[in-house]
Ligand binder design. Sequence first.
Ligand code: 48F
Length: 259
Amino acid sequence: MEQIVSMGIIDSYFKKLKESLNVDVAIVGGGPSGLVAAYYLAKMGKKVSLYERKLAPGGGMWGGAMMFNEIMVQRDAIHILDELKVDYKPYVDNYYTIDSVHATSSLIYQATKAGAKIFNCTSVEDVVFLNNKVSGLVINWTPVELQKMHVDPLVVMAKSVIDATGHDCEVARTLERKNNIRLLTETGSVMGERSLSVDEAERTTIENTKEIFPGLYVAGMASNGVSGSYRMGPIFGGMLLSGEKVAKLIDISLSVSVQ
Ligand code: 48F
């Protein structure tokens, strides 16, 4: 019996890992934008893997605001909550509040239920750069990263990569730092996030959700970080809409490349 438990876990884990060595879309970061993108892309039939550095995916959504575990979402994004079967309560006018633990767990559940594979405790340390295109990810265990152990990573190939790493926009920064390239931003570089301005930040999060280099898309707070726009605090409509938008953009781009 003892051996069956271990064999079962090892067999199914390695099956999942092997099946994810070449995917349609690899997502870096399991915050709200990454999870929503994973859900929609998996639902469209794409092979999706998502890498999350921490033990629990969910990013900055669990903690609400200052650990008051409620978040706010505006009406424009309510169709996404309906699609993902997340409960919400009307607050005023076009604004709704949601229990952040319920919201976060629902996003994780629906993304995995739709078929996306989530690899937690896994850090993305670099990208695969082939023919001037981002073509995959370089991954390692988070404990290896934390302990600064000198252990080489593994490689996952992907037709498209999403940087959904939040405020730090880690993938875009690494790509830029290492490859002497220009990103699709005003300066050609990662411009860095500005201070808080809710409406402006929510609007630009969606506008800035785009392909910033061949093969590399940005979603969520990383979009504003890359393009030099504002943060917004604990309102999450922009994150959800950004996840939905990046999924649509990638779907269109993958369909064009198949033709
Ligand atoms: O920060 P995060 O929640 O990203 P998001 O989807 O949402 C932002 C909001 O939570 C909030 C906000 C909106 O109101 O301003 O901050 O843009 O989640 C990003 C996730 O990416 C993981 C990180 O642990 C977090 O869970 N992550 C970051 N870098 C890496 C990574 C990496 N190199 N490898 C793997 N995971």
